[in-house]
Design a protein around this ligand. Structure first.
Ligand code: IPE
Ligand code: IPE
Ligand code: MG
Length: 239
């Protein structure tokens, strides 16, 4: 309790690509492309700062509502990201995996995500989670269905399902909860990101759009986190 140390787990809602492009009179796709560059930069800098876990929200369960052209462009960028960036991440000893349900993505993209996980699975550096077709509600629902199935088969006793047990059935099984969630582009909402895991995360909103979020922006956001006092429901300790 009290003043936070450096966070182990940083989560980022990478928002504002579209507005970044629109403000420059460019199609939204340019913003998404610049957003991929920002992610490369921030993954590199997170590793350099010694952050253990970085989780980024790249595509939500709700983002399928966007125009087909934009969805296809995002899928294309994702394919390109896996093809071009995995070697670089592997070299930095980053361990990559996806959170969310990959089934609706094209099979080659699913294979790329899977081979990225396999290639980097033994790396001991930064652990990078990319949330794709991810929604906090869908994730909790999948865990509930899984546990209900186990209970029905008699494999577990419903009375023994506690918070740790539920957490082990989420996509983030094995990861500590994020201490801080950063959202870019000035929006202050979770948009269905890490609903369970965010229970006591510090929420840091930054005004910059995601493509403008750079090394300095990350350091400023971490400094903001360090100024917070985390009480976890208890009362402040007397000095
Ligand atoms: C974030 O930027 C990227 C995704 C959600 C895929 P947006 O595309 O949401 O950009 P804005 O919020 O419309 O500016
Ligand atoms: C949240 O951003 C999802 C991602 C960053 C991937 P959105 O732009 O989709 O969220 P809303 O619609 O503004 O809440
Ligand atoms: Mg947005």
């Amino acid at each position: 309790m009290g003043k936070p140390l450096d966070p182990q787990h940083v989560a980022i809602i990478m928002d504002g690509n579209g507005r970044w492009a629109e403000r420059r009179g460019l199609p939204r796709g340019f913003g998404h492309r610049a957003g991929v560059e920002a992610l490369r930069r921030i993954a590199r800098h997170s590793a350099a700062l010694g952050i253990r876990y970085l989780t980024v929200y790249a595509f939500s369960t709700e983002n399928w509502k966007r125009p087909r052209g934009e969805v296809n462009l995002l899928i294309g960028l994702l394919r390109e990201y896996f093809q071009k960036t995995i070697a670089e991440l592997h070299e930095m000893r980053v361990r990559v995996r996806v959170l969310g349900e990959m089934a609706p993505f094209p099979s080659d993209v699913r294979r790329l995500a899977e081979s990225a996980r396999e290639l980097t699975g033994l790396n001991d550096g930064l652990r990078l989670q990319i949330a794709l077709n991810y929604g906090g509600r869908a994730e909790i629902l999948r865990a509930a269905q899984n546990l209900a199935g186990q209970a029905l088969r008699g494999a577990i006793d419903p009375a023994e399902i506690d918070e740790d047990c539920l957490a082990r059935h989420l996509d983030t099984a094995g990861l500590p909860d994020p201490e801080v969630i950063i959202r870019t582009s000035g929006e202050s909402r979770l948009s269905n990101f890490l609903l369970w895991q965010a229970a006591y995360a510090e929420f840091v909103v930054v005004e910059e759009c995601w493509p403008d979020f750079d090394e300095k922006s990350l350091e400023n956001a971490l400094a903001e986190y360090r100024r917070r006092e985390r009480r976890f429901g208890a009362v402040r300790r007397k000095k």
